[in-house]
Design a protein around this ligand. Structure first.
Ligand SMILES: Nc1ncnc2c1ncn2[C@@H]1O[C@H](COP(=O)(O)OP(=O)(O)OP(=O)(O)O)[C@@H](O)[C@H]1O
Ligand SMILES: [Mg+2]
Length: 715
């Protein structure tokens, strides 16, 4: 162009020389010039077209490049943002299909989905390289013929999702057009595959981590134990959810609070000390036991240990691992308590044995005095007082034996409504004017098997306690009922099993008891009453009687609100027995037979001698078995009708003596006396025909009656 313009500009110069010549010459030149210009024009057009083609091509390349970048970036974003691998893959498939225009895409994440070497993905898996099948219907290693036919697919491509050399999945695409392998596409897919492969690997390890985290979280959250993490200053930073079952709180209730705020005040100093020790030493502390406040206000005994992980960068706290041992502690205490009761019982039983001898003497001599003195005289009245005091002491001894469960019970089938109504008058007198007594007997009450005298004693003890708890006015309610104790009730109580029971409840609206007193009331000698006012044996006795009768006793009490004692006796379905009440004859029965009286306690021997000879008997006294045998020898040929003997004596006891006598004098009857049921006599089943037993302390009247009773037994 530039050159042509210059040629045109030269034209006047040619014309300025001779015209014709110039014309001819000019024409030739012009022709040549035109041809030159035409060639030049053609060259320039070709160059321009080429430049345009190059420009178009590079624009297209730029666009493609840009699209690839967009695709790659989209893959990276999808791979990074997707929470689950499946989600990332779905996005990838969609994007790649829309980018390439291919119609179907699949992803295989695990090798188990297809066999190595088989079909399109199998090939990729075994080679680790992309694979292109231009004509699917002709490929010998493509088992999914029907699938491609149904969807009219012609070409397939697959490439690995890989991390390093490891193939973690395969992506495959199908096109409805038959396409030749496209190197560019394969290259970009290789990049995509690497991106997605990494994403898969990352997601998998992330999921595995989350899985393990979840696993441990569940372990902690479902553990019955409590796991607590404290800051160095004792602030609770984490609390496991088991706290709901164990302590009634939600885990969040603790966050930011001080652990010491929940510890029993009596133990807060010890807790602070323990925490301090934990803070100062690495690793686990020895076992701690502390009372911790439950949401309902009660105290739970927690046992556990701390682990100082303050320097551990992950935990950076003191980890407490504890569990509720309240139930175990309660059972341990119950066990200790029952051992204590047993030990005291043994002691009481032993004391009662000696005591009964002494009481028998006191009662007996008082009786003898009364018989010899004219009634209503001062001396006689004194003797009455002695007797009264001795009777009170005898009642106390009976209580000791009752609570130590060493008394001989005489159980009968009873109706508790009957027992309660028989006591009504006596109870009203006992309670006094200011206490209002109400009885609520259940109709059709079940029967129980128990010693009526003992049950009366239980009711009386409970009534007296109630009276003492209501110094002003008050209300006492005695209620009976048929109840079934279920497994749930019995689960926390070691001394009762599920079943049918008859309940006797005695409630007052008196002062009630705080838990620390309630916990101790069945302990023998535990009393809150002034010295001389209470022995502390009342409830221990009740407990002993109820337990010896196979029952269970429960107490509910709140300070200021009153107390209820519930007694449960096992229900029986036997017929009711009629109770003959206190049928003791008043006149002493006399006799003339010969009685061999063997008693090591001189007071009692003397008393028996006086009492029985006073009644007309011929009495041969001896202090032990050996002496008794000697006496029998001396009186050979004379009848000895009855042997009255103590059981436990030095030299020779009553049992051996009776056995010897059976050989020498088989017709002689035997009456054993003892103050202690543990004596061999009761357990060895010595009660043959003509052998009887009398419990000490006895009165002259009961001795006289028993002697007659045995003498009159048929031989
Ligand atoms: N109904 C009640 N209300 C309040 N406290 C009671 C009640 N029953 C018993 N207690 C408490 O239990 C303690 C023990 O009672 P328990 O009957 O064993 O002995 P006591 O009454 O003190 O003496 P004892 O019965 O030998 O005369 C009592 O001192 C009292 O503190
Ligand atoms: Mg009492």
């Amino acid at each position: 162009m530039h050159e042509a313009r210059r040629s045109q500009m030269c034209l006047p110069h040619f014309f300025s020389q001779g015209f014709a010549h110039v014309i001819a010459a000019t024409f030739t030149e012009v022709e040549a010039e035109v041809a030159r210009l035409t060639r030049q024009l053609a060259r320039e057009r070709a160059a321009r077209q080429e430049a345009e083609a190059i420009a178009e091509r590079s624009t297209r390349d730029l666009y493609d490049q840009q699209q690839r970048l967009i695709l790659l970036q989209a893959m990276v974003v999808a791979a990074n943002e997707a929470i689950r691998v499946e989600e990332a893959m779905a996005t990838a498939l969609r994007r790649i299909c829309s980018f390439t225009g291919w119609s179907v895409g699949h992803v295989y994440l695990c090798a188990e989905d297809f066999a190595p070497g088989v079909g399109l993905p199998g090939r990729v898996l075994s080679t680790g390289q992309a694979a292109w099948i231009q004509n699917l219907s002709r490929d010998p290693n493509f088992p999914r013929g029907k699938f491609v036919k149904d969807l009219t697919l012609k070409t397939g491509v697959a490439f690995p999702l890989s991390v390093g050399n490891k193939v973690v999945g395969v992506l495959e695409f199908f096109s409805e057009e038959q396409l030749e392998p496209d190197e560019d596409l394969l290259e970009i897919m290789t990049h995509v595959g690497t991106q997605l492969g990494r994403a898969i690997e990352r997601q998998r390890s992330h999921e595995a981590l989350r899985g393990r985290e979840e696993y441990f979280r569940r372990l902690i959250e479902n553990a019955l134990d409590l796991i607590t993490i404290l800051d160095a200053d004792g602030t609770i930073r984490y609390q496991s959810p088991s706290t709901r079952q164990v302590l009634g709180y939600e885990a969040e209730d603790f966050l930011g609070k001080k652990a010491s705020d929940f510890i029993h005040p009596d133990e807060s100093a010890a807790f602070a000390q323990a925490l301090n020790n934990a803070r100062q030493q690495q690793g686990k502390t020895p076992i701690w036991t502390f009372r911790f406040r439950h949401k309902d206000g009660s105290w739970r005994v927690l046992e556990g240990s701390g682990n100082n992980l303050l320097d551990d960068p992950v935990v950076a706290g003191i980890v407490l691992n504890s569990r509720d041992v309240s139930e175990r502690k309660r059972i341990e205490e119950q066990f200790l308590q029952s051992q204590k009761v047993q030990a005291i019982g043994q002691l009481a039983g032993g004391v009662a044995h000696d005591f009964n001898n002494i009481l028998t003497a006191i009662l007996g001599y008082a009786d003898l005095l009364l018989k010899q003195l004219p009634p209503k005289e001062v001396l006689s009245l004194n003797a009455v007082e002695i007797k009264k005091a001795a009777n009170r002491a005898a009642a106390l001894t009976r209580q000791l034996l009752a609570f130590s469960r060493k008394q001989v019970l005489q159980p009968r089938v009873l109706d508790l409504n009957g027992v309660v109504s028989d006591m009504d008058k006596m109870l009203r007198r006992l309670l006094g004017e200011h206490i209002d007594l109400t009885t609520i007997p259940q109709g059709d009450l079940g029967r129980v098997k128990a010693d009526p005298g003992q049950i009366e004693q239980v009711i009386m003890n409970l009534a007296v306690n109630a009276r003492d708890a209501m110094p002003g006015r008050g209300k006492l309610t005695i209620e009976t009922g048929n109840v079934v104790l279920g497994a749930e009730y019995c689960r926390h109580r070691t001394d009762v099993s599920p079943g049918e029971y008859v309940m006797l409840a005695i409630s007052d609206n008196g002062c009630g008891m705080p838990p620390e007193i309630r916990a101790r009331i069945f302990e023998p000698f535990f009393t809150t009453k002034d010295p001389g006012k209470g022995t502390g044996l009342g409830l221990a006795t009740c407990h002993g009687i109820v337990k010896q009768s196979g029952g269970h006793i429960a107490v509910y009490s709140e300070p200021g609100r009153g107390t209820t004692f519930k007694i449960y006796l096992p229900r029986v379905y036997e017929a009711l027995e009629v109770i003959g009440k206190y049928d003791q004859p008043t006149d002493l029965r006399k006799g003339t037979e010969t009685v061999l009286l063997v008693e090591d306690e001189p007071m009692l021997r003397e008393l028996g001698l006086l009492a029985l000879s006073g009644l007309g008997y011929r009495v041969l006294p001896a202090d032990n078995g050996i002496q008794a045998l000697r006496l029998i020898e001396q009186h050979r040929g004379q009848d000895i009708h009855l042997l009255v003997t103590d059981v436990v004596m030095p030299e020779m006891g009553g049992k051996e003596l009776a056995e010897r006598l059976r050989v020498i004098s088989p017709q002689t009857k035997v009456l054993f006396c003892s103050g202690y049921t543990e004596d061999a006599i009761v357990h060895d089943g010595l009660f043959d025909r003509g052998i009887a037993f009398m419990q000490k302390p006895y009165t002259v009247a009961s001795l006289a009656n028993k002697v007659r009773e045995v003498l009159e037994l048929p031989s």
